[in-house]
Design a protein around this ligand. Structure first.
Ligand SMILES: Cc1cc2nc3c(=O)[nH]c(=O)nc-3n(C[C@H](O)[C@H](O)[C@H](O)COP(=O)(O)OP(=O)(O)OC[C@H]3O[C@@H](n4cnc5c(N)ncnc54)[C@H](O)[C@@H]3O)c2cc1C
Length: 127
């Protein structure tokens, strides 16, 4: 029996979940977004320069999560700042470290990243 997974909300979290579920489960995935197009807040985030993550050493990076650091340690190890940079690279967007240590896509914007991301979904994920 073929199954279809529904994801409510087409922001970065929903799109990432859709991509991973589709790649790892083989189920088809449909993302339901209430706005006319997905990831509008993500696009707004890119207007002043999209800050993706930080390049600081692991211990101080983890400390930023304060009392949730214990809970988030494992997921952050599995999807680290470097994983995020690799993910961007895979979408054709190289990243760079700014003078503050923050990490940005070379274009500084979210729109090229979102375009490449949605194109990569192809017919596997409907948005
Ligand atoms: C001005 C600004 C600048 C920012 N700068 C940065 C930055 O530089 N770096 C950074 O990492 N973050 C930045 N952010 C934050 C970033 O945009 C958010 O962290 C990110 O968008 C959160 O993603 P999300 O998928 O969790 O939620 P959202 O982006 O809020 O996505 C949730 C989606 O679900 C949809 N939805 C909700 N309820 C329903 C429903 N019932 N049915 C269907 N759809 C529904 C919403 O319409 C929305 O599209 C910035 C935000 C703003 C506003």
């Amino acid at each position: 029996m073929s199954k279809n997974i529904a994801i409510i909300g087409g922001g970065p979290a929903g799109l990432m979940a859709a991509e991973i579920i589709s790649a790892q489960s083989g189920f088809s995935v449909t993302v339901f977004e209430r706005k006319p197009s997905p990831a509008r807040k993500f696009l707004m985030a890119g207007r002043g320069g999209l800050n993706l993550t930080h390049s600081e050493p692991w211990d101080s990076f983890l400390e930023k999560y304060r009392d949730r650091a214990d809970v988030l340690k494992k997921p952050l190890q599995e999807f680290s700042p470097q994983s995020l940079r690799n993910w961007c690279d895979g979408l054709g967007e190289k990243t760079f470290i700014g003078s503050s240590g923050r990490v940005f896509p070379e274009s500084f914007k979210a729109s090229p990243l979102l375009r490449a991301w949605l194109a990569r979904f192809g017919s596997k994920v409907l948005v």
